[in-house]
Design a protein around this ligand. Structure first.
Ligand code: FAD
Ligand code: FAD
Ligand code: FAD
Length: 325
């Protein structure tokens, strides 16, 4: 059932088989499999995650291209609830390893918050990441286009950018190298650094040799209408026309709640085995938070693998069911 501040108390004595942190593509996939394996499972979702901002899912087999992430989330949540899983809107602040169980501390309600602690045998970290966006005084101006034709994922939306005039928005010299991959899709690339860092002479030469303009002036705002960005206005008053954009400014990793537990990381990503098990035998990691490709199809498949590995563990340590009258 959908738990709320009022009803969650009845679950505080229950030890779930699995608590899933994050109800995005990966978390909901794992949750559906787990319930179907007849394991008890709680999904905790803060809201406004990466798949929520995915305006159009373009490459997932079986769903029409352009399906909004929100539709996928809603359908996944309904599916999970129909299998009698528990779902709670809340922010996971901390996971503690108590030996046999985990204590999962949650903040529920942005105002008048309460901080219940739920317990489980296994934890699935499916909390994902969120893309850094250019920081302007008026963030609403950025949100008007981000996820529409101001993209954040080349694998997802390279096709949408093909042969268009594309702004590449970066926050580090390393990220400028994105241009030399993006040019598979389009060569009409203008790189915007907003003056956030020094560009080396070597990189300037490389951009020049490809014919890609480099603009270091800070941005004033994106211009466009109805979620379609048509260019940028610079702080010096110039306007640069664009037909699309790609933001490559890195990501925030939602992993703070795991910091008290020793785990193997690669940067902000968790390292796992083939079944998505981390270096802790009862913590699994999926999707964008796990090392690998950041795609819905991968997150969904990861959910299947993690759920199946957990079922296998629990089944093998359970007594057989006998046919007794
Ligand atoms: P998410 O779907 O991000 O789920 C993680 C969830 O955890 C979030 O809902 C978040 O709110 C929640 N969470 C985080 N921290 C906490 C916490 N402490 N407590 C509780 N909950 C928490 N992929 C494609 O395959 N095709 C596309 O066309 C495509 N287009 C995209 C377009 C945009 C604009 C964006 C932003 C992404 C796109 N992606 C696309 C990528 C896709 O969204 C991700 O790869 C996918 O959502 C990863 O699934 P996930 O379950 O790992 O993470
Ligand atoms: P969070 O990390 O979600 O939360 C901050 C704190 O709030 C947490 O530490 C926790 O203490 C508390 N909290 C969060 N959720 C809960 C909960 N459920 N219960 C209790 N406490 C909670 N942003 C917009 O506003 N509008 C947009 O249109 C928009 N479009 C975007 C498009 C794209 C492509 C991308 C990548 C991002 C977009 N964003 C947009 C930015 C995005 O909203 C934020 O980075 C993301 O939603 C995180 O929100 P937050 O700042 O509340 O941080
Ligand atoms: P397939 O989907 O089998 O595709 C392989 C294709 O290759 C076939 O279409 C075949 O005709 C073709 N082919 C083979 N040899 C040649 C050749 N020499 N030349 C040309 N073509 C060739 N999975 C789930 O996740 N959930 C379920 O609920 C579920 N239910 C199922 C129910 C049934 C009755 C069955 C039979 C399977 C079910 N599965 C389910 C399993 C699922 O169908 C497979 O895991 C999935 O289809 C595997 O995809 P695939 O692309 O590897 O193989």
């Amino acid at each position: 059932m959908k738990l709320s501040k009022k009803t969650l108390e009845q679950r505080l004595d229950h030890v779930y088989d699995v608590i899933i942190v994050g109800g995005g593509a990966g978390g909901l996939s794992a949750a559906i499999y787990l319930q179907r394996y007849r394991l008890s499972c709680l999904v905790i979702e803060k809201g406004r995650g990466r798949s929520f901002w995915m305006q159009e899912l373009q490459n997932y087999l079986g769903l029409p291209p352009g399906t909004p992430g929100r539709t996928m989330l809603q359908q996944g949540q309904n599916h999970f609830l129909s299998l009698n899983g528990d779902y709670l809107m809340g922010f996971v602040e901390e996971v503690q390893d108590e030996g046999e169980t985990f204590a999962v501390k949650v903040k529920v309600g942005k105002q008048d918050s309460i901080h219940p602690v739920f317990r489980s045998k296994y934890v699935i970290a499916a909390s994902g990441i969120i893309d850094h966006l250019p920081k302007l005084d008026d963030m609403q101006n950025v949100f008007d286009y981000a996820g529409h034709n101001l993209h954040v994922c080349m694998i997802c939306d390279g096709w949408e950018m093909a042969d268009k005039k594309c702004g590449l928005f970066v926050g580090s010299e390393g990220a400028i190298n994105t241009a030399f991959v993006l040019n598979w899709f389009t060569p009409y690339i203008t790189v915007f650094t907003q003056g956030l860092f020094e560009v080396s002479d070597e990189m300037r030469e490389k951009l020049k040799s490809h014919g890609y303009p480099l603009i270091e002036t800070p941005l004033k705002r994106f211009v466009g209408h109805d979620h379609e960005m048509t260019g940028v206005e610079l702080a010096d008053g110039r306007t640069i026309e664009l037909q699309t954009g790609l933001v490559a400014m890195g990501s925030h990793y939602y992993n703070a709640y795991l910091k008290g537990i020793e785990l193997d990381w690669k940067g902000g990503n968790l390292l796992t085995d083939d079944m998505c098990r981390t270096s802790h035998p009862r913590i699994f990691a999926l999707g964008d938070l796990k090392e690998g490709l950041n795609q819905v199809s991968i997150a969904v498949a990861d959910g299947t693998l993690a759920a199946t590995a957990i079922w296998r563990d629990i089944r093998r340590s359970s007594p057989p069911r006998l046919w007794e009258e």
